[in-house]
Design a protein around this ligand. Structure first.
Ligand SMILES: [Mg+2]
Length: 433
């Protein structure tokens, strides 16, 4: 516990366990102990596994056709990804978190940072972590793990420990420096937030193999041999919070840009302007991580904490024919999705855009059965234009907007194992008896 009246920041990272697989299981109680995998759209590769599927040794990212035998032998239940369902469940989780703390930063579809600063004056951190975990399970039905620490980088590690060690009961309070060091000594440097595989190879060559060794490396050396980014990571591992939220490393699986509006928005053009900005920001992050997105999701909602006003909350998702990092394509598709879920007569309080099924450069491949370049005008010309836009936005901090073009029709996709839209379609509600 820190001093009375201390204003040192404390963060919690809440992360859903096996999120997509848990969403699928929630509506299929018959699958309680059954191994479940979720496949990427067009039913290509494994993008999520339940704990039973993990125990069978099914690897992340493996193409479905390579595990046909295992699927049959172990009766693994297969689902196509249902982003409309996951988006809806995500909003329920986030809304529950927002009801418990004053500030929530949504990091990805199933992860959020909570600001717990000062909360120890009311309740011990670990006890509060359990309250959060129990509330989400009780109200939404999804299991989460909670990691608590004085920096976001350490909160990530605490969450990693909460997942890895069942004895923790899914909650780890890492506010004690001695405990931080004990854990860091066991964690490979590759697991540290923002240290990728590439960077960790270089670090290991210098004899830095664990998170603790990185924390103890001289900061000037890190800045000289690597970057200020890694220097900042080392500071964060030492308990000094210095990461600006906007500069947080991009999630590997999805990129999320979502914000509450300063004041409620009613009209479609105002909503379009806000959402186009989020789509633009998300695509900038995508390009920064040199990735391409295959799937995008849009959501809007009113403020559930304002009593007595009509409530509305909806999300929708669409698959992009070709993976893209082109803002023009992403903004255009985002806006056409937004128009399909917009209903007049509501005070909208929040909206968001999520890009998922991310692939990197090398994984880029045109869909053989679709005309090329309908989505990603992935010529050198497009990439040069995007670079120019990024530079302008970086310099002026003003956002260069994409003109709003007419929406394209959603492409039909192969999703042979799609679960019903349990939460967003009355006709898909599970029946009783
Ligand atoms: Mg997760």
């Amino acid at each position: 516990m820190s001093d009375k009246g201390s204003t040192n920041p404390v963060f919690a990272l809440v992360d859903c366990n096996n999120f997509y697989a848990s969403c699928e299981k929630l509506f299929r109680p018959d699958l309680r102990d059954t191994p479940v995998v979720v496949l990427s759209n067009n039913d290509g590769c494994v993008v999520a596994r339940s704990k039973e599927a993990k125990a069978l040794g099914i690897k992340m990212g493996v193409p479905a056709h390579l595990i046909k035998t295992e699927i049959r032998r172990h009766r693994i239940q297969v689902f196509s990804s249902n982003y409309t369902l996951y988006g809806d469940m995500s909003r329920r989780v986030m809304t529950n978190l927002e009801a418990m703390v004053p500030r929530v930063d949504i990091y990805s579809i199933d992860e959020a940072f909570l600001d717990l600063t000062g909360i120890e004056r009311v309740v011990a951190f670990e006890a509060f972590g359990r309250q959060v975990k129990d509330a989400v399970y009780r109200n939404v039905g999804l299991p989460v793990c909670v990691g608590i620490a004085p920096t976001r980088t350490l909160a990530k590690l605490a969450n990693h420990a909460a997942k890895k060690y069942p004895a923790t009961g899914g909650v780890v309070d890492l506010t004690d420096p001695a405990r931080q060091r004990r854990l860091m000594a066991r964690v490979p440097v590759e697991e540290v937030w923002g240290v990728g595989r590439k960077l960790s190879a270089k670090l290991q060559a210098m004899g830095i193999a664990t998170a603790l060794q990185l924390a103890d490396t001289d900061l000037t050396t890190l800045r000289k041999c690597f970057s200020v980014v890694l220097e900042r990571t080392a500071r964060e591992l030492n308990g000094i919070s210095c990461l600006v939220w906007e500069d947080a490393p991009a999630p590997k699986k999805q990129i999320m840009c979502s914000r509450s509006f300063g004041r409620p928005i009613q009209t479609l053009p105002d909503l379009e302007a806000a959402v186009a900005q989020y789509a633009t920001r998300a695509t900038e992050k995508l390009r920064k991580g040199q990735q391409y997105a295959r799937e995008l999701m849009v959501f809007v909602r009113t403020n559930p904490f304002r009593p007595g006003v009509p409530q509305y909350s909806r999300s929708t998702s669409v698959r992009l024919v070709n993976p893209t990092q082109d803002s023009r394509v992403i903004v255009q598709r985002t806006l056409s999705q937004l128009r399909s879920i917009y209903r007049p007569g509501y005070d909208y309080a929040k909206a968001g855009v999520m890009l998922s099924e991310l692939v990197d450069d090398t994984g880029l491949q045109d869909d053989l059965f679709e005309p090329a370049n309908t989505d990603s005008s992935d010529s050198g010309k497009s990439e040069r234009l995007m670079t120019v836009i990024d530079e302008i936005n970086l310099r002026s901090r003003a956002t260069v907007f994409m003109a709003r073009a007419a929406g394209l029709a959603a492409h039909a996709m192969r999703r042979g194992y799609l679960s019903p839209a349990y939460t967003t379609d009355w006709n898909a509600l599970p029946g009783v008896g």
